[in-house]
Design a protein. Structure first.
Length: 209
């Protein structure tokens, strides 16, 4: 591990511990509300791809119901995302458990957002470069449009970050993230309740939290 990596790791740990300590009351109250309004499990877990293509389980507060149609298939996101779930997403409260992923070493504070494991085989050679670093709670794409961006633009911003990564750039992204969250910008893709799934050259709407 390079000195810069040690520096980043130390910052990740200290920042995550600070955030989790400060937001513990919010997490506790929100967890109770999630259980009452959306049911269990309270923590949403999903397999995502991290650095060097290694998979891990990401943690988020649940923000959708598990309602299904008559055939047992999950209803579209727009029908499962309640007003309460929209509130959690708007203020990024659902992302707070992700700091546990940072403490575990699966993620960093700043980096490309981790995507579904099945996306890995769909990336172009250039897009695969986003896995040269750890995925992040926030990233360059998140402060330059967030979910309002199309997939190609998001991944290009991710690769730009990888190619220009520095501690000072990370601090800038963290600062801009607070502004974006406060303004509640770019929460959803245009015309979608959440985000259409990436299918390489083809994009379709599918359950994605």
């Amino acid at each position: 591990m390079k000195y810069q990596d040690y520096k980043t790791r130390a910052f990740d740990i200290m920042f995550s511990l600070a955030v989790l300590t400060i937001t513990l009351p919010i997490l506790a109250i929100t967890a109770l509300l999630v259980g009452a309004k959306l049911g269990r499990p309270i923590i949403f877990k999903q397999t995502r791809t991290g650095q060097a293509g290694r998979n891990f389980q990401i943690y988020k507060l649940r923000s959708m119901t598990d309602e299904c149609d008559e055939h047992g298939a999950l209803l579209p996101d727009a029908e499962r995302l309640t007003r309460f779930g929209k509130f959690l997403r708007a203020w990024s409260i659902d992302e707070l458990p992700g700091f546990i992923n940072v403490l575990k070493g699966d993620m960093s504070i700043v980096g490309p957002r981790p995507q579904l494991a099945r996306f890995l085989e769909l990336y172009s050679e250039r897009q695969l470069r986003r896995h040269l670093v750890k995925p992040g709670i926030t990233g360059w794409a998140q402060v330059n449009g967030r979910n309002s961006l199309d997939w190609e633009s998001r991944f290009e911003l991710d690769v730009w970050y990888v190619e220009n990564k520095s501690f000072w750039l990370d601090l800038k992204i963290i600062f801009l993230t607070f502004i974006i969250v406060f303004r509640r910008e770019g929460i959803n893709a245009v015309g979608h309740a959440t985000m259409p799934e990436f299918r390489g050259d083809e994009i379709v709407t599918e359950q994605f939290e």
